[in-house]
Ligand binder design. Structure first.
Ligand SMILES: NC(=O)c1ccc[n+]([C@@H]2O[C@H](COP(=O)([O-])OP(=O)(O)OC[C@H]3O[C@@H](n4cnc5c(N)ncnc54)[C@H](O)[C@@H]3O)[C@@H](O)[C@H]2O)c1
Length: 397
């Protein structure tokens, strides 16, 4: 089996995803990493030393790409770096695993797809929800025909840790993310598209910076001065008593969009960053029934199916599907998506997560944010060129 040499750009936080790819027994090794912060690079090098491996560290990702003869690179840098990092690797014929959202502009996303196609270099997107048990099960139920023809999908997304995760650093700044409809919502809009087997063609929305906008902010951009307890924790409650937010807060903390899909399905995505609890809750309504999930993984995660008329709320439904014990890394989805990337590199797999789908999720988010910021004006979502639409970015079909 061909040995694979992999690198990582953005070595810490989400960069730890790359650790799943370090499979020496399987002939796959992380051999190098790049990060603009020396401290992060050192912690990456030490992490691998503890595993008995030696990796090279680079402060300039271009140097790593040019020197390391990589078969692939896992890009886990912040959203606003994705276009630059991915296109550089692709132009150098290095296959790319790129975290969601694919980019923060439509032009950026299309540029990444075009560059991969022009250079005939493999590209995969990190939409790990396409590897989560509850999403796969919901898709299987829909495809079995149990609820008839899908007509509507509604997703409510409660993010209790929204203030901590998205309003303390670059995530809060629309110049660095576009909107939390991309940064966080790209996952769910993509799942809506996948469950409906379609994509958004027209979107309108409402939303605002409704709670975190007027709360105390830090003076400096870097988080270094804060302890972990000051950055994150269940003690950060209630929302309007929080402080230490980023100096640059202008993204909405509540977003609600209506999505018209190409195949006639109507969808809604609602996201709130100051709820007491956390949950992604989807309901899919078909011509012969309805399904709904409670929880996205863990003990309480289940999917209910209703296929008879009842005329009142019946919490049990007709069938309950419970999900298997969750594994590590987003309920076990992270190691599976990384294995899918490895298999794609070896030519044996076409991943669940495609660049076209990632682009359409981001495109709906971008146009949704534009609508929210323009008095709920509805906007069309531009389609890809036919060539990009039909290109197989895994090069394996
Ligand atoms: N799929 C998922 O479930 C999931 C989960 C978390 C994060 N993400 C994605 O992963 C990405 C990183 O998120 P994060 O929260 O870890 O971000 P982060 O700010 O913690 O940065 C990640 C790493 O990139 C490094 N970095 C920052 N700027 C860089 C640059 N210009 N060049 C190279 N390295 C740089 C940081 O030092 C850090 O090591 C985001 O795009 C995010 O959307 C995906």
């Amino acid at each position: 089996m061909k040995k694979l040499r992999l690198g990582v750009i953005g070595t810490c936080c989400r960069g730890k995803l790359a650790d799943w790819a370090h499979q020496k027994d399987n002939g796959v090794e992380i051999v190098a990493g790049a990060d603009i912060y020396n401290e992060q690079l050192q912690s990456f090098i030490n992490r691998y030393k503890e595993k008995g491996s030696s990796v090279n560290g680079y402060l300039d990702y271009r140097e790593m790409i040019e020197k390391e003869a990589l078969d692939g690179v896992i890009i886990t840098s912040p959203d606003f770096c994705h276009e630059e990092h991915a296109t550089f690797a692709l132009k150098n014929k290095v296959a790319v695993y790129l975290e969601k959202p694919i980019a923060i502009t439509l032009e950026g996303a299309d540029n990444i797809l075009q560059t991969a196609m022009d250079n005939k270099t493999r590209l995969m997107l990190g939409h790990n929800m396409r590897y989560m048990d509850f999403v796969l099960k919901m898709r299987e139920i829909i495809q079995s025909g149990m609820i008839g023809e899908v007509k509507a999908i509604w997703c409510r997304h409660f993010v209790s840790y929204g203030g901590d995760a998205y309003f303390r650093d670059w995530h809060a700044d629309r110049a660095k993310t576009g909107s939390l409809l991309l940064q966080k919502g790209a996952h769910d809009i993509d799942v809506i598209h996948w469950l409906a087997n379609s994509r958004t063609t027209r979107v309108s929305g409402i939303g605002s910076l409704s709670v975190y906008g007027n709360l105390p902010r830090r003076a400096n951009e870097k988080l270094d001065a804060l302890s972990i307890e000051e950055i994150w924790g269940k003690h950060h409650w209630p929302p309007e008593e929080q402080k230490d937010f980023s100096p640059f807060v202008n993204n909405e903390d509540i977003n609600m969009v209506n999505l018209q899909l190409a195949n006639g399905v109507h969808a809604s995505y609602m996201q709130c960053h100051y709820t007491p609890d956390s949950c992604r809750n989807y309901t899919v309504i078909g011509t012969r029934g309805r399904i709904e999930n409670y929880g996205d993984y863990g003990e309480n995660c289940r999917i209910q199916v209703w296929t008879r008329r009842i005329d009142r709320f019946d919490i049990e439904g007709d069938i309950t599907y419970r999900m298997p014990e969750p594994g590590e890394g987003h309920g076990g989805a992270d190691p599976v998506i990384i294995n899918s990337f490895i298999d794609m590199l070896r030519g044996t797999e076409v991943p669940n997560s495609t660049p076209q789908a990632a682009r359409y999720a981001v495109a709906a988010g971008i146009m949704g944010a534009k609508s929210i910021r323009n008095n709920s004006m509805p906007y069309d979502v531009p389609a890809l060129s036919e060539e990009l639409e039909n290109f197989d970015f895994s090069l394996n079909k």
